[in-house]
Write a protein that binds this ligand. Sequence first.
Ligand code: NDP
Length: 501
Amino acid sequence: MPKADRGTALAHQAEPGTPAERAEASWQYAPAPESRDVVSIKPEYGLFIAGEFRPAANGRTFGTINPATEEPLAQVAEAGQQDVDAAVAAAREAYEQVWRPMPGSERAKYLYRIARQLQERAREFAVLESLDNGKPIRETRDVDIPLTAAHFFYYAGWADKLEYAGFGPDPRPLGVAGQVIPWNFPLLMAAWKLAPALAAGNTCVLKPAETTPLTALLLAEVCQQAGLPPGVVNIITGAGDTGAALVSHPGVNKIAFTGSTEVGKEIARAVAGTGKKLTLELGGKAANIVFDDAPIEQAVEGIVNGIFFNQGHVCCAGSRLLVQESVADTVIERLHRRLTTLRLGDPLDKNTDIGAINSSQQLAKIGELARAGEAEGAHRWSPPCQLPDKGFWFPPTVFTGVSQSHRIAREEIFGPVLSVLTFRTPDEAVTKANNTPYGLSAGIWTDKGSRILWLTRQLRAGVVWANTYNRFDPASPFGGYQESGYGREGGRHGLAAYLDA
Ligand code: NDP
């Protein structure tokens, strides 16, 4: 069989279902590509320090590529120690001279301006994010960019009301915030970090992930456009060494990190004893629990959204499906059927459900864990699926026959891979759900409100969704327990992380 064109539906060979279902599932969709013309990508990007773009002091750069095609997109400056020093110094000066003394009502105006610019340039941001990250345009357009603007709007509203936020009559900012973010929601994570910090009166030095620097740099242009005073936001691109230099910089008062538990632990060690305030938003291995009284079709949509949204590159992904034994066969059968209708391919195609894996390293990691699942005896299933020739791709994958000791039930895969376990009683569901070193999120699917309330008290997870999954709102706090980190982002709680309260 020839390789599928990008944007075609997953191909079907010997799939389950009646002939009518198979005929429906094999419909081909005409490509509906979003235009790339709204974005002009420069060949080279500098560091954003003190309100201007500049090359790295040592002249070093690195490339960023489109993971769906492996096409080089741009060269980006790689910040070394001297650049980190310059960014922190610019942030300090802006903090002392401009941002801290400024009334909250004035700070709010800048945040509102940034939010409005994000909305006006939403299409440009959405296309650029899909190009640099590999995620489908449907998601960048409908989730990443609107939520990013919503975060700035939300925290703009708090900037002049800090004394009413419940942190005492005169809560003070901390100073300079060093912020390190991952590649799975590049622009949204920048907003989660910058918006509350700025609203609370701090200045920022942000380091985006090496594989997804472009939307943060476009956000730097928006800061210029909004007239944000120089040095209030500084964006330094680079790899782990740049992040480590920022974290250990003595001029930084607060560190906020989102990423792997491993690096989070390193950062906690580096920050210990320095007096810097720290929030960590790390990995997860969430249980998505389906009871026998759940609305099954709705639950199947929730399972799909829980693990295949953003190719499963989601810290709170519902990567462990716990399904009550009496309905397990039905749920798996309908899940298989639903997965055969997902379309994998060109992230810029508006029909695409599953885009590219963000990097070859991440693809290798997902592959390694999936092979471990098979080797340990779990049953692997994917819809028949032809992957594009170039780029980094992994088909939606479901493992059944998974036991709690399997690596795929314990480790964060951070890819489109679901591990299915079963349970008989609510107590068993709780025990299995909590049998993880993480504690970021969980999902419950049941008809009974009382069961939802009981379970939410039993589950050791920072966020519990009931009869829905992966819902985000800037007003709602988000964060974890145990190896998922500490501190909360979003809502009033998110302000506490940036106030000396
Ligand atoms: P990392 O935790 O390594 O990266 C997150 C951010 O931290 C990036 O900006 C990274 O830089 C930076 N960084 C790396 N090392 C250091 C350091 N020593 N000090 C300070 N900053 C540092 O995640 P990866 O991208 O390597 O992904 C690895 C795994 O982590 C994934 O497979 C997934 O399981 C998990 N992960 C979890 C996320 C979550 O939200 N929970 C998000 C991303 C990954 P750079 O990338 O530029 O090198």
